[in-house]
Write a protein that binds this ligand. Structure first.
Ligand SMILES: Nc1ncnc2c1ncn2[C@@H]1O[C@H](COP(=O)(O)OP(=O)(O)OP(=O)(O)O)[C@@H](O)[C@H]1O
Ligand SMILES: [Mg+2]
Length: 436
């Protein structure tokens, strides 16, 4: 059955797109603790059932307003329909009819139990993000509990003595299942948009995308990271499967072991490199990192960024020195721990990048690979084999992941020698999502 958007739906979407997104910080996301209560989850569902439609609505509007006929490209319209459909899924999900005492109880703050305040005391403002740098609103404070007019609050711990009516739990489950469906629907958004841009470039005979489209893609993919973070977090919190794994709050690990993740990314990147070039032994990578270095982060995000930068380095090393070399120069991964940041430097001797090309490496679709691998819509299926390179998405998307939690990704090259990539990860974790 194919889905059709109604005029009424588009009007509602337009209305929602008039509200600003509300940014959430990593530290607000971990306030839920390892086992959030039914009431707390319900409050979070309520927040998300308004916040996600606002964010989806912004994207629907923006896709529709793309200039120069880009909004008419079929792949782009397909993605726009996915966003509209997901908007509809959330806004039409029936809410439980709760008796007034339950509604009041939901707004009543829980007695302090000390756990949240411990996590909070370890965090302060991120000085690298300027006040007012992003347009998203901050959620108001992070004190516990309700207060008047506070339904627009992501985390609110609720009074949890005694049972909640079963409707709450039912709603939480239904809401979480709806989110699962949405997450799956949007799995291939990145490749479908990329496909759309390719079609557009072909149709308009453009070599590079202009600044407008570049900043649209930055906003669009950043927004996607945020939406998927909130959705992934909420599903994991509702399942409470993570309670088996200590140190996890949803998909956030409060003690992400940096060294272990880096070693894993190195092994994976070397494996892909051996496979791609038919090498017996990929170029070596040396890891310098304290064994017990850990901080609060989303392991999946960190793995992604490390894997992408390492693939780039290994490719540069192999292609600069020739595939049939026996020995390659060693790539170094150095990890430092500061008060503000954990910084990871990936240093290779892969010949560097000419200075004039540096701005290009941050543009989507910029790649020095001759033939881009096929953009298969099944790209995200689990049996998908990661390519060595070829989409020109590795660096720009990794930088968005870094910035999403208040970090950054920088690249410095010495043409004729090699490249240093600096991955700064903010460990204070209080900066709100950088949404525009
Ligand atoms: N360490 C490096 N040394 C030399 N050139 C690099 C390095 N990292 C990136 N580049 C250059 O920047 C380009 C863009 O990198 P990016 O990772 O964004 O895309 P890609 O590797 O071409 O494709 P993919 O999307 O699969 O990662 C590369 O094609 C390469 O020319
Ligand atoms: Mg790459």
């Amino acid at each position: 059955m194919s889905w059709k958007k109604s005029e009424r739906l588009m009007d509602t979407i337009k209305h929602y797109s008039g509200f600003p997104a509300t940014g959430v910080s990593l530290r607000q996301m971990v306030q839920f603790g390892e086992r959030p209560s039914t009431g707390t989850l319900f409050r979070a569902s309520q927040f998300l059932s308004e916040e996600l439609p606002i964010r989806l609505a912004h994207r629907v509007q923006e896709l529709g307003d793309l200039p120069d006929g880009l909004n008419d490209i079929p792949s782009i319209q397909k993605v726009q329909d996915w966003y509209s459909q997901s908007f509809e899924d959330i806004t039409t999900l029936p809410r439980p009819n709760l008796p007034s005492d339950v509604r009041e109880r939901l707004l009543r703050p829980m007695k302090q139990n000390g756990r949240d305040s411990k996590i909070l005391s370890q965090t302060t403002h991120n000085p690298s993000v300027k006040q007012g740098q992003y347009r998203s609103q901050q959620t108001n404070g992070n004190s516990n509990g309700g207060g008047k007019g506070s339904s627009r609050r992501y985390y609110a711990s609720t009074d949890d003595e005694g049972d909640w009516p079963p409707e709450l739990n039912d709603y939480n489950k239904r809401f979480s299942r709806t989110l699962e469906g949405i997450k799956r629907r949007h799995d291939s958004v990145v490749t479908t948009v990329a496909q759309g841009i390719l079609e557009y470039k072909r149709k308009r005979q453009r070599m590079q995308i202009d600044n407008n489209i570049q900043s649209f893609l930055d906003r669009f993919y950043m927004s996607r990271i945020g939406i998927r973070m909130l959705i992934g977090q909420h599903i994991a919190l509702t399942d409470q499967k993570q309670a088996i794994e200590p140190n996890y709050v949803g998909i956030i690990c409060t003690k992400t072991n940096v060294r272990e993740l880096a070693q894993e990314a190195i092994d994976n990147a070397r494996f892909v490199c051996e496979d791609h070039y038919g090498l017996f032994d990929a170029p070596k990578v040396q890891l310098v990192c304290k064994a017990d270095l850990h901080f609060m982060y989303v392991p999946g995000h960190l793995s992604h960024m490390l894997f992408e930068t390492l693939k780039n380095s290994l490719r540069a090393v192999v292609e600069t020195h020739g595939q049939d070399k026996q020995e390659f120069p060693v790539t170094k991964v150095i990890i430092a721990e500061g008060k503000e940041d954990i910084t990871i430097k990936v240093s290779d001797e892969g010949g560097g990048i000419p200075r004039s090309s540096i701005p290009l490496v941050w543009t989507y679709m910029y790649t020095t690979v001759e033939t881009t691998p096929n953009l298969d819509p099944d790209f995200n299926k689990s049996d998908f084999k990661a390519p060595m390179a070829g989409f020109g998405y590795g660096l720009p998307i990794s930088r968005l992941y870094a910035r999403y939690f208040g970090g950054d990704l920088k690249l410095i090259s010495m043409e004729g020698y090699g490249t240093d990539v600096y991955l700064h990860l903010n460990r204070l974790s209080s900066s709100s999502e950088p949404l525009q």
